[in-house]
Design a protein around this ligand. Structure first.
Ligand code: FES
Length: 255
């Protein structure tokens, strides 16, 4: 399905922590509804204004009843600083939904662990919601530098929520990969910083458990037209993360 380009209205926008924001927008194009794990290119500045590139941000939550798409993002660069200034009623340009998303149909009937790191937990919420709606609540394991966020959003859709922090101020003091044994699951769905996804992939492959990772590459067009997001994978050669990803098998991404 081709990505659409639409101006959308900001419905609400709030700070979840010092650097994390939750942005709700109205997506009117119901014929092109987003799937869990897909993303949009967001832009609220003119084409001739810096930064040059729109910001790729994954779908955190989507309601087909109301058409509201939620984005959970970290304010850490020029583009996200501009997004952070948006107020309810403002207009935001969205291109998407883009990417392949999580293969929810293939996950049904399997025992699933969701493994997230920091803002990488964002695309796991819609996945948890869709699995729970199919009668199959996953377990969630997430790691944060210090205090966690959005656990309350995950709780209704997960059988178990466990947290690790680098600081030790909340949950287990250590790595998220110390919270679970991949051998207890059929599939691990993972999103977070690259070192964490590589470690999770290694652990899963050692135990013979399938793992899917959602890559967070820099993107330019977001629709497979520029090769700006090319990633050299071990088993599939060069791929466009925005088109053939962002969700890949762990062994294809890292081996
Ligand atoms: Fe342009 Fe992927 S960002 S091809």
């Amino acid at each position: 399905m081709r990505a659409q380009n639409c101006d959308c209205k900001v419905l609400s926008h709030r700070a979840v922590s010092d650097t994390i924001r939750l942005l709700d927008v109205k997506w009117e194009d119901m014929a092109h509804a987003p799937k869990a794990g897909q993303f949009y290119m967001l832009r609220c500045w003119r084409q001739d204004e810096a930064p040059l590139l729109s910001r790729p941000i994954s779908v955190h939550e989507w309601s087909p009843d109301t058409g509201v798409v939620s984005f959970l993002y970290e304010v850490r660069g020029e583009g996200t600083h501009k997004l952070a200034a948006l107020l309810p009623g403002d207009t935001l340009n969205l291109t998407g939904p883009a990417g392949n998303g999580w293969p929810v149909d293939q996950l049904l009937g399997k025992k699933i662990a969701l493994v997230g790191g920091g803002i990488g937990t964002a695309p796991l919420l819609q996945l948890a919601k869709e699995l729970a709606a199919a009668g199959q609540k996953p377990d969630l394991f997430c790691g944060f530098r210090d205090m966690p966020y959005r656990l309350e959003a995950f709780a209704p859709y997960c059988a178990k929520v466990e947290v690790a922090t680098d600081s030790g101020n909340f949950g287990h003091h250590g790595l998220v990969t110390e919270l679970y044994d991949p051998a207890d699951y059929d599939v691990i769905c993972c999103c977070g910083p690259t070192p964490m996804m590589k470690a999770a992939t290694k652990l899963s492959l050692e135990k013979g458990t399938e793992i899917l990772v959602s890559l967070e590459n820099k993107m330019a067009c977001g629709i497979g037209a520029c090769l700006g997001c090319t990633c050299h994978t071990k088993n599939k050669g060069a791929i466009s993360v925005c088109k053939q990803g962002p969700v890949l098998k762990g062994e294809d991404a890292y081996g």
